[in-house]
Write a protein that binds this ligand. Structure first.
Ligand code: ADP
Ligand code: ZN
Ligand code: ZN
Length: 675
């Protein structure tokens, strides 16, 4: 009996490849099983069997290659996972192979992984907490009401939004809901955005759920992730998995609840490579197919989510007060333009902010200073002719990093020495303009020489444990002032932070993107929320050049409803999500002209189908990255159109384009629901 297997490979192939199952492996080859196959003349790959049949799928049955090896211990991917991969490939317009690549830890995609050894009694994956399974703290009345409200919503709907102000005690509510599910024998997936997966939340959940909890983090070694994956297909999986977006791809036996914490976080969207998926949206899909419920939690819901909550598609539970009756922080606005005019801005910190920091330090309280730009100064400029150094591979100016004494491209990471003189006019004086975290740190050192200062940004957190170390030191009170980029805005809970300084509230507003205002609102509200979480009321000093912007007033008042109203009106007016769906088409090539031509040709193919719904081709704000010139088309799809039909049209146009010899080397990819 000759059998044939469809094998999915971690490659950007459209479909599967067919192989013969040799007699000797007949017992081992199974659906969802891992096999080794040869592709082409030499290359060996580990693939997943997605189909088995007794008849050859085509007349070429005899020329098919044999499967070379098969893992004998049964499937490593469940049918539910395969279905999820296919859904994702379809929705996000990539190949199932690309999804597989993202879904499996590297070790499981290699052909050489030894068959798993028996795990030892002291499982290194198991969360070990000094204080684990700690009795749970009773919920307050407001928390209990919220938890009941969520369960009530779940009786009718699959998804519920928990919209609770910062420090309202959302995490305790999650803990209570998780306990319920675990008590009934179900599994829970708790998703956190990449950077927020700190020891803080791990400890908090770990101290309650101890041995039942596994942690899946992209910073973990691949071996560790593969081991967790294997544990989840074993008979004794963790019942609670705390993880980043890729934890969606783990196998679950009995998934009953998915919590998406900080659901508004843009880092839930994978940008590169494919699959360019949004973990929140994918989680909702995964839960639906598993019959699990979803809880989205945040103080600042994204517009799409809140609209669904208002329309009744999702349940909505709101917590308007902080836990323990602590007041939300007072936010004072400092008009930087006016202060500059009066020559009072002698440093990047306003006099008021300096005073507040000084007083906080005198009271032995802590301070967070937020500047969403790393490096020393974002621009270096020639005093005489205004020349500024640009990246040779990207269309952006280089950022000066003083400690490293290098000019760094924040797009491709390339770094260059700082020129001694202007290559254009020879002047030797290059001025640095603007402030990055490094420079803020230097200023703060000068202003508060005895304060203990730490900086948290991409540059200081490259080492695996650096992020945790910085936060632990701050938590212990070994640091007085924490300076950081948006990393410091994410879900941190420290009880001695009484002052938060936002040094430049306008920066993210100037980004040419329809979501700029929304992002800014999220970021400012979140960082403000780090102040005064326990005990006395916190103070936020918000420095801005545009104090009269309605958005600033909305942040100051914590008026989410007003923010939602203004933003939705704009989105409607200009037809942006959630009014419409967007699919971006990226076209890249080393040759600018060819990129342009390909984009025009593609646009011409698509225009008859979409008319005004198709925008472009246009150059994005950064028109060249890593030596590739970029063009973009934006497709706005009305809810009336069938998305499947749209996808088919796009794929067909893509295939037709790259089928033309002139455009064979052009890179084209789609980004559905881009952020
Ligand atoms: P959120 O997740 O909404 O920002 P947290 O769950 O972190 O809020 O709660 C804010 C603070 O209040 C935390 O320090 C937490 O320990 C405390 N807290 C919340 N709920 C309780 C409770 N039921 N009992 C004791 N402390 C609580
Ligand atoms: Zn010059
Ligand atoms: Zn670059």
């Amino acid at each position: 009996m000759s059998r044939y297997a469809e094998v999915l490979l971690p490659l950007a192939l459209h479909g599967t490849l067919t192989y013969r199952v040799p007699e000797a492996l007949a017992e081992s080859v199974c659906l969802g099983g891992r096999v080794t196959v040869q592709v082409g003349k030499k290359k060996l790959y580990a693939g997943i069997v997605t189909g088995l049949s007794d008849t050859s799928p085509s007349a070429v049955g005899d020329t098919l290659k044999d499967i070379l090896d098969a893992e004998p211990s049964g499937p490593i991917v469940t049918q539910a996972q395969l279905d999820f991969w296919h859904w994702m490939a379809g929705y996000y317009m990539c190949t199932p192979g690309e999804v597989m690549k993202a879904a499996l830890p590297a070790a499981l995609k290699h052909t050489t992984e030894a068959t798993p050894k028996r795990r030892t009694a002291r499982d290194p994956l198991t969360f070990t907490s000094k204080s684990a399974p700690t009795p749970r703290r009773p919920l307050s009345e407001a928390q209990q009401q919220a938890a009941d409200g969520i369960k009530k919503a779940w009786a009718e709907k699959d998804v519920c939004l928990l919209h609770g102000v910062t420090s309202s005690g959302k995490t305790e509510i999650y803990i209570s809901l998780i306990s319920d599910v675990l008590a009934q024998g179900g599994q829970v997936l708790y998703l956190l955005p990449e950077i927020a997966l700190t020891t803080q939340i791990t400890d908090r959940l770990g101290s309650v759920f101890g041995q039942q909890m596994g942690v899946y983090h992209s910073r973990f070694t691949d071996t560790r992730r593969a081991a967790l994956y294997r544990k989840q297909i074993s008979d004794t999986p963790y019942t609670l998995v705390l993880g980043v977006r890729s934890a969606l791809f783990l196998p679950f036996h009995n998934l009953r609840l998915v919590i998406v914490d900080e659901e508004h976080e843009t880092s839930y969207k994978q940008q590169d490579p494919a699959p360019r998926y949004h973990a929140r949206d994918a989680a909702i899909m995964l839960a639906r197919s598993s019959g699990a419920k979803v809880l989205l939690g945040t103080a600042t819901p994204c517009l799409e989510t809140y609209q669904h909550a208002l329309s009744g598609k999702y349940g909505l539970v709101e917590l308007k007060e902080r836990f323990g009756g602590v007041s939300l922080p007072e936010i004072v606005v400092e008009d930087v333009k006016e202060l500059r005019r009066k020559k009072l801005m002698k440093t990047p910190l306003s006099p008021r902010l300096i005073d507040e920091v000084r007083e906080a330090l005198a009271r032995s309280e802590q301070v967070i200073l937020f500047q969403n730009r790393r490096g020393y100064s974002p621009v270096l400029s020639c005093r005489s002719c205004g020349w500024t150094p640009q990246c040779t591979a990207c269309d952006v100016s280089l950022t000066y990093h003083r400690q490293a004494d290098r000019l760094v491209c924040h797009y491709c990471g390339a770094s260059h020495p700082v020129p001694k003189q202007c290559p254009q006019c020879g002047d030797t004086e290059l001025r640095d303009i603007g402030y990055g975290t490094e420079r803020i740190e230097e200023t703060v050192h000068t202003l508060f020489p005895t304060a203990r200062i730490a900086r948290m940004d991409l540059d200081t957190t490259r080492a695996a444990s650096a992020y945790t170390d910085i936060l632990n030191a701050f938590g212990r009170g070994d640091t007085d002032i924490l300076i950081g980029t948006q990393m410091v805005t994410k879900g941190l809970d420290f009880d001695r932070v009484s002052v938060v300084g936002i040094l430049n509230a306008d920066q993210s507003l100037s980004v040419p993107d329809f979501r700029a205002a929304e992002r800014t609102f999220h970021m400012l509200s979140q960082v403000a929320g780090r102040a005064g979480r326990r005990g006395r009321r916190g103070l936020v000093v918000l420095q801005t050049m545009s104090p009269t912007l309605p958005l600033i007033a909305q942040v100051v008042k914590g008026d989410y409803a007003a923010f939602f109203g203004t933003q939705m009106a704009e989105r409607r007016r200009f037809a942006y999500p959630p009014e419409v769906r967007i699919i971006n088409i990226h076209i890249k090539h080393r040759d600018d002209r060819l990129a342009e031509e390909a984009a025009r040709t593609l646009a011409a193919m698509l225009r008859p189908h979409f008319a005004d719904g198709l925008l472009g081709p246009y150059k994005p704000a950064v028109g060249r990255v890593q030596r590739l010139f970029i063009r973009r088309l934006t497709l706005k799809v009305s809810a009336a159109l069938s998305v499947n039909g749209v996808r088919r049209t796009l794929h067909a146009a893509h295939d037709r384009l790259v089928g033309q010899p002139a455009f064979r080397s052009v890179q084209i990819y789609f980004d559905a629901d881009p952020l």
